[in-house]
Design a protein around this ligand. Structure first.
Ligand SMILES: [Zn+2]
Length: 459
């Protein structure tokens, strides 16, 4: 049961991400009815009492993390099956996803939620992967997490097994989905329009889906990429670059989140900034997939133009982890190396993208993303009594360059403790893990997906 009041007392550091970017040493936080009512020095809050008090003496407290692009569903059951050198796993990804049953998706979703919350993710955008939201609703509710869902739609031929409809049906399905799901779970569930990509959706479908998002005051996300070849192709087909094409058909704007967004040129960055469009970037997917961040990664330029960027983990079979602390690390180190310039993506910028900027990118920045009086209480408590946190002088540097999600000790969402001293209570992990393994075996057999298990002999 949620406590009506909760206090975190004497935290070693509170990384507030407030307008002054204060880091409060020896800080306390008071939470009442799901919201942060006070945050400050422990001495200032010494007189404040609460139904439950958490001892924060060994904790670094941060706002919860926002995962801006994270395909939940099939992948946990078949994690790691794709060999490194497989050019594109997408054909297999969509075949496996299409073959999931309702019961299977419920269990793999539980596995995904476990990994998300245990790593401090308080919210994630599932870009249309979930086929059976009715079955998964209970899992979201039990986990206590915030989730942004949508129905994946396309109306064009694609090389993969994507759900394809007539343009009209794709728009009406999007509309029905938003009407049915948006703002459920006391507002923790948001439903967005989620057409798959500009290549697999007609301009009419993209326009129609954007209209649905606008009419319902909700969001719109789309896979998006550019680059020299893509610009050439798009110029020939539409007379615009990939990004200018989206603007020309009216589907950029403040409620739009473009996923990946690699290969943008100056004019495209300008277009994204001018239209107030947000971006979700997946640094570990870009690195693991050999996408060429030195040539195609434009995170520093997007940030410099004030574009709201969320970090994403893409999927357990792309990055292949759901740990946003590791994604922060990748964002911060990747651009220093790519540009041979140590000023690129400071650790503080990585923390901003995982928290406040990420929340803003998802349209949730007014209520979430920082530790300030009046905001909803979504917090992560990191345990510093671990070797990777020694010694501690700069909590930002230790968080981004030394720690990972394993030191997430306690997670609070909407004022409710969902991970309590490393323990969660929404699923029996010992029962779940063999089940997920069994689903993976069945799924590969059913879809005829066979890869060598390992380059090394498993004997
Ligand atoms: Zn995706």
């Amino acid at each position: 049961m949620p406590h009506s009041s909760l206090k975190i007392e004497n935290a070693r550091y509170v990384i507030t991400v407030d307008p002054q970017r204060r880091i409060v040493q020896d800080g306390s936080i008071l939470i009442e009815n799901g919201r942060i009512s006070r945050v400050g020095k422990a001495t200032e809050l010494a007189g404040a009492s609460a139904d439950r008090v958490i001892d924060g003496r060994r904790m670094v407290v941060t706002p919860g993390f926002f995962n801006g692009h994270m395909h939940i569903s099939y992948a946990h059951a078949v994690r790691g099956i794709f060999p490194d050198e497989l050019a594109s796993p997408l054909k297999h990804v969509f075949a496996l996803q299409a073959a999931m049953t309702e019961e299977e998706e419920y269990h793999t979703t539980l596995a995904g939620l476990l990994e998300l919350v245990k790593n401090g993710n308080v919210c994630f955008v599932d870009p249309g992967s979930t086929k059976f939201p009715d079955a998964c609703l209970q899992a979201y509710e039990d986990a206590g997490i915030r989730v942004i869902l949508g129905e994946c739609v396309t109306d064009r031929e694609a090389p993969w097994a994507l759900p394809r409809y007539s343009t009209g049906e794709a728009i009406s399905r999007t509309s029905s989905f938003v009407q049915k799901w948006d703002r459920r779970l006391e507002g923790r569930l948001r439903a967005w329009a989620m057409p798959f990509s500009p290549d697999t959706c007609s301009a009419d479908l993209l326009r129609g889906a954007k209209r649905v998002a606008d009419e319902h005051g909700t969001g719109f996300t789309l896979h998006h990429g550019s680059g020299p070849q893509a610009r050439k192709d798009s110029q020939a087909r539409h007379g615009f670059s990939p990004t200018a094409y989206l603007e020309s058909i009216g589907v950029l704007g403040s409620n739009v989140l473009l996923a990946h967004a690699l290969g943008l040129d100056e004019a495209e960055i300008e277009c994204i900034a001018r239209t107030g469009t947000a971006v979700a970037m997946c640094p570990s997917t870009a690195a693991k997939g050999g996408r060429g961040v030195p040539e195609h990664g434009r995170m520093p330029e997007l940030l410099a133009k004030g574009v709201r960027i969320a970090l994403g983990c893409d999927s357990p079979n792309n990055s292949n982890y759901l740990d946003l602390v590791r994604a922060m690390n990748m964002a911060a180190v990747q651009y220093k190396d790519a540009r041979q310039d140590l000023r690129q993506i400071p650790a503080e910028a990585a923390v901003e993208m995982a928290t406040l900027l990420g929340a803003q990118a998802l349209g949730l920045g007014d209520e979430l993303g920082s530790i300030e009086g009046g905001k909803k209480a979504d917090l992560v408590l990191f345990d510093t009594h671990r070797p990777e946190w020694q010694a501690l002088f700069n909590p930002i540097n230790n968080l981004v360059y030394s720690a990972d999600g394993r030191s997430v000790h306690t997670v609070i969402i909407d004022g409710r403790v969902v991970v309590d001293a490393y323990q969660q209570s929404f699923v029996d992990e010992e029962q779940l893990y063999p089940k997920v393994q069994e689903i993976g075996e069945r799924l590969q057999a059913r879809t005829g997906t066979t890869f060598p298990r390992s380059r090394w002999p498993i004997v």
